[in-house]
Design a protein around this ligand. Structure first.
Ligand SMILES: *Cc1c(COP(=O)(O)O)cnc(C)c1O
Length: 416
């Protein structure tokens, strides 16, 4: 359920015609629906209302300050994977005691920053990281709250680039090694063992891998408790999938049933790190048609958005639905929607059936609210596009379109 719908022939975001935003702000441009983000957050969080829980929104899925602020004001925390994301979360007013820090490669300065801030916990992903955190916490004369990220070796049955809980992935540590790490951590004076964590992948469309992963980490919790190591937080990560095309991902309520059954009661606080399911269908990328071009075997619609604005189709071969911003009854033809970037991988859609759209007409790439703008680059020296947030009949630019000056910010001539 989201708030991008046609009224008559016009695509609206909430009560604002998308075309009106594009006229005022220009293209390409991301448009987010505040009501959709709120709705998705609420449905997710309410699915767990019977238990003590904290929803730490995955900041990497959409790190715009306006998005973080909106979620933070509803009670969300943040799952961060860098010092930069910590900075953003704090700037957006998310309290540090609602922030968890994941990621396999935390630098010393990032660890120090997070300790200084007083985050809820570090999700530790290796033995060397455990030593680092202990060392830095000792220097700072405080105790670092930690969880170990367990790699439960469960197949999430999703795209290989977004699987994270298989033995061969770089994330987390295997169950047996986790046991060793916990024993070591329990003996380290500047660590406070507070939790356990896993995150097995993204865009999961079945609940079974979640259930299996949680059963495996709860089994480990049992073994830890038998040794006198107790955990307060069970962080089950994110990964719940959304509808891009014809997937049928589980409802948050079904997901909740699976997780709660696998956790099996107890007084612990559950932590979730959803990203995509909160913001994925709360945003679209709006582009304008530049040219139509007939190749030898294909019809190309060349638009002003490109892989530097939205890389999911190129990187994951991901399908994203494309809709004309103004519906037309012109005949539909099979097209590739491509951008101006000089790479053959620069496409937003391949072999899509779309009504013929002429130069100057607008289209919307749907389901672009997660892993859209945060993955944008300036490749081909294309300034990154604007982002707009809509609520009801109002809209505001929440990130300015970059300028040519922004492109060279910080650069200087070599004086050699
Ligand atoms: C990316 C990521 C998430 C969010 O995944 P979604 O599929 O967007 O819900 C959560 N936790 C960690 C550790 C991640 O790396």
């Amino acid at each position: 359920m989201n708030y991008f719908n046609y009224q008559g022939n016009e695509l609206y975001c909430e009560d604002v015609p998308v075309a009106r935003i594009a006229e005022e702000v220009g293209t390409p441009l991301y448009v987010y629906s505040a009501s959709t983000i709120e709705r998705h957050y609420r449905v997710f969080s309410e699915a767990f209302s019977e238990v003590d829980h904290l929803v730490c929104f995955s900041a990497k899925s959409n790190s715009n300050l306006a998005v973080l602020k909106l979620l933070g004001s509803m009670g969300a925390g943040a799952d961060i994977v860098s010092g930069g994301e910590l900075y953003r979360a704090l700037q957006a007013g998310i309290p540090p005691d609602r922030i968890v820090f994941s990621g396999v490669g935390k630098r010393d300065d990032e660890i120090r920053y997070a300790l200084d801030t007083g985050i809820l916990m570090f999700n530790i992903e290796s033995s060397e990281e455990l030593q680092s955190v202990q060392g830095i916490a000792r220097e700072m004369d405080l105790k670092a709250p930690i969880a170990v990220r367990v790699n439960p070796d469960v197949d999430p049955k999703t795209h290989p680039y977004i699987s994270t809980g298989l033995e061969k992935n770089k994330f987390g540590v295997p169950v047996t090694e986790a046991l060793t790490l916990y024993r070591q951590a329990a003996d380290m004076p500047n660590l406070d063992v507070v939790g356990i964590d896993c995150h097995i992948g993204s865009q999961l469309t079945s609940v079974h891998p979640f259930g299996e992963a949680v059963r495996r980490i709860m089994d480990l919790v049992g073994r830890l408790e038998a040794e006198g190591i107790s955990v307060r937080y069970v962080d089950v990560g994110g990964g719940l999938g959304i509808v891009y095309n014809n997937e049928s991902p589980p409802l948050p309520s079904t997901y909740a049933e699976t997780i709660l059954e696998a956790v099996g009661g107890g007084e612990r606080t559950l932590i979730f790190e959803p990203g995509r399911v909160i913001v994925g269908n709360a945003g679209v990328l709006v582009a304008r048609v530049l040219y139509n071009k007939k190749g030898a075997t294909k019809n190309f619609v060349i638009v002003d958005a490109a892989m530097n604005d939205l890389i999911r189709p190129s990187l994951y071969d991901a399908y994203q639905e494309i809709k004309p911003v103004t519906k037309t009854d012109r005949e539909a033809i099979v097209v590739d929607v491509v951008g101006p970037v000089c790479e053959s991988a620069d496409f937003l859609a391949r072999d899509h059936l779309l009504p013929r759209l002429g130069s100057g007409e607008l289209l919307a790439v749907m389901s672009a609210g997660a892993y859209g703008f945060p993955m944008a680059s300036q490749y081909n020296s294309r300034p990154r596009c604007a982002e707009v947030m809509v609520r009801d009949s109002r809209f505001e630019v929440v990130r300015d379109r970059e300028t040519y000056q922004d492109l060279i910010r910080g650069e200087r001539f070599f004086e050699g």
